[in-house]
Design a protein around this ligand. Structure first.
Ligand SMILES: NC(=O)c1ccc[n+]([C@@H]2O[C@H](COP(=O)([O-])OP(=O)(O)OC[C@H]3O[C@@H](n4cnc5c(N)ncnc54)[C@H](O)[C@@H]3O)[C@@H](O)[C@H]2O)c1
Length: 449
């Protein structure tokens, strides 16, 4: 639901006042409801000459029943999405292809429209000139994301050579209302084994997902979304919240595991539970987290270590237990590990040296474990939320909370469902080409932008 300011500025009188005072004018974001098409409206699909993704893109869009049109756009035609294959840009001089496609089309984008630019990872370019040109796409896409108004988003998807067959799950996410609060992101898609044929409405059918910190807030939304997608959810939370946890998991037809993840024996108990009750786990979401904010000079050792223990050490210990059990491996082949970091980890935040340290450490876990898990056909990725409306952010001082809500390209806070949809995309069996990514769910927050 939109916050009160967003509701107010979308009334006729509110629109006049915000325009005259130059105030932020957020629009209510369109969000996914089950059964909805990937995108409703036309997709303008273009590309620089020599690009290698045209066929794969057309296939994914056709399979998603999108109405695809080619440039030049007919006069007065509006578009739901603008998709541009920039892999043919192998020299900085050819960057004008971006201008040639987007200059005439950018103003045809509908409210809550989508821009997706596809390129080649600079590290895998064949020449220095190609690497330079492909790196330049980042600045372009992030700037377009900041220029879009009315709930529009823009992303850059780098597709490594060999990753062409992995486009479907990512394109479906980025083009759909599921990615409502994700903007200005750079996602890396690599080669992987051929994605399974899926029921896109229930991609996790028959799979088991562990969600820590599941009893409320973002964790509850993640649990509900993974259950919606077909998973049996094992919700985990501290024993003091057992009633809330059990109420949630019984509603989702899942099961509850009440324990403190910092307990000495927690990793072994979690691994043993998943092994004996479910014969393993397919999706692990490290969502449980705490804040204990103070500036460093006022932060005692207990405040420091409680945050590091929950947000970082427990995540690594549990991951280790699930991938390297003494006599069995609990994370099944094709498993998905998802970590919840924070934009504080990327930009730093005054009063959060403990929290930002722990959440940057989580990104370190993703970096360090991605090759290990990739070798087992599993993946590990992180989401880094910005300001999300939850009990955690409801505790912020009023003025700071209002400022934090507006300091992003969409001028509003995100909802727990926005983080949950991003997790669900990365958790999909069709997302094997995504490994080692950190995707911010922050409306392109100005911090760490
Ligand atoms: N809300 C935001 O704006 C925001 C922004 C960035 C990152 N995050 C991250 O998202 C995650 C969820 O945040 P939220 O806003 O829903 O917070 P929340 O406080 O509403 O929920 C956190 C959950 O984790 C559980 N938990 C805490 N310590 C635990 C422990 N030792 N063992 C087991 N469970 C434990 C809590 O009981 C609670 O249910 C956290 O990792 C948080 O750091 C949130």
């Amino acid at each position: 639901m939109a916050d009160r300011y967003t509701q107010l500025v979308n009334t006729p009188i509110g629109r006049i006042i915000t325009r005259q005072l130059g105030l932020p004018a957020p629009v209510p974001l369109e969000r996914y409801s089950p059964g909805q098409a990937v995108l409703e409206g036309r997709v303008l699909l273009g590309g620089a000459p020599g690009g290698r993704l045209a066929r794969a893109l057309a296939q994914v869009l056709t399979d998603a029943h999108a109405e695809v049109v080619e440039p030049p756009a007919a006069g007065g035609e509006r578009h739901r999405a603008l998709v541009f294959d920039a892999t043919g840009i192998t020299d900085p001089q050819a960057l004008g292809e971006l201008h040639a496609f987007f200059h005439p089309s950018i103003r045809t984008l509908q409210a809550c429209g989508r821009v997706v630019v596809l390129g080649t990872p600079p590290a895998q370019a064949r020449t220095p000139s190609e690497a330079v040109a492909q790196r330049a796409l980042e600045g372009f896409t992030r700037s377009v994301a900041k220029e879009l108004r009315r709930g529009g988003t823009a992303q850059l998807l780098y597709v490594a050579p060999g990753g062409e067959g992995q486009l479907a799950s990512t394109l479906r996410f980025l083009l759909s209302p599921r990615s409502a609060y994700v903007s200005g992101q750079v996602v890396l898609l690599g080669p992987a084994s051929e994605p399974p044929v899926l029921d896109w409405d229930r991609p996790l059918d028959g799979r088991v997902a562990l969600v820590t910190g599941a009893s409320r807030g973002i964790g509850a939304a993640i649990a509900a979304t993974l259950a919606r997608d077909g998973a049996h959810v094992v919700g985990l939370d501290v024993p003091s919240l057992t009633d809330d946890l059990e109420a949630l998991t019984s509603r989702l037809r899942g099961s509850a595991l009440a324990l403190d993840i910092t307990a000495e024996d927690a990793p072994e108990r979690i691994a043993a539970h998943l092994h004996s009750e479910h014969d393993g786990v397919d999706v692990v979401v490290h969502n449980a987290g705490i804040t204990r904010d103070r500036t460093l000079g006022r932060m005692d050792g207990a405040l420091w270590s409680s945050v590091i223990d929950v947000n970082l050490l427990a995540v690594q210990r549990i991951t280790d237990a699930l991938i390297a059990g003494a006599s069995y491996t609990v994370l099944r082949p094709g498993g998905r590990v998802l970590c919840v970091s924070s934009i504080s980890a990327i930009a730093g935040n005054a009063g959060q040296s403990n929290y930002a340290t722990s959440k940057a450490g989580v990104i370190g876990i993703v970096d360090a474990y991605a090759p290990l898990l990739g070798a087992r056909l599993a993946t590990i990725n992180a989401v880094a939320p910005g300001f999300i409306e939850s009990q955690m952010t409801a505790g912020m001082p009023f003025a700071l909370r209002q400022a934090a809500r507006r300091m992003n390209s969409l001028s509003q806070g995100g909802l727990p469902i926005d983080v949950a949809e991003t997790i669900a995309w990365l958790a999909s069996p069709a997302s094997g080409g995504l490994n080692g990514n950190v995707v911010r769910v922050c409306g392109q927050n100005l911090l760490g932008a």
